[in-house]
Design a protein around this ligand. Sequence first.
Ligand code: FES
Ligand code: FES
Length: 164
Amino acid sequence: MSPIQRTWKINGKPVKVRAPAGRRLLDYLRDDLGLIGSKEGCGEGECGACTVLIDGEPSVSCLIPVGQLSDGTDILTIEGIEKKRAGRLLQQAFLECGAVQCGFCIPGMIVSAYALLLRNPKPSAAAVREALSGNLCRCTGYAKIIQAVRLAASRLPASAQKRK
Ligand code: FES
Ligand code: FES
């Protein structure tokens, strides 16, 4: 398959992409760009460890060939999210709530939680549970993770929510 040549925005910066069309987005991000925050768990779209935002939607990067993404695609990885206010609040809240054990699932959890806070700044526990239903954690237990997301949401001032 011939290589694609595209320009995407990754974590707010334009990136010229040249890669075989079938290369997985996860491999491109980790191996070609050194963005190793996104993890590979199952490699089959089941665990959410590789979640990134594509045009604002949580997406499992292990299932997406780069050739599927058009010019101008906007990708946000955990490295970009942790520079945003809501991302930092989420990280802090996960630590405070004891929601991190081995940590392997956490980048994907935070990406999905960040997307939730963009569309629902004050989510109920049920809304958090639903938003994270594609992200699996073997260690922590979901009660603390849900508590952490709601704590971060409670600390996000209404005036800052457009700039999350
Ligand atoms: S590694 Fe992508 S969903 Fe599990
Ligand atoms: S903290 Fe270990 S898998 Fe979630």
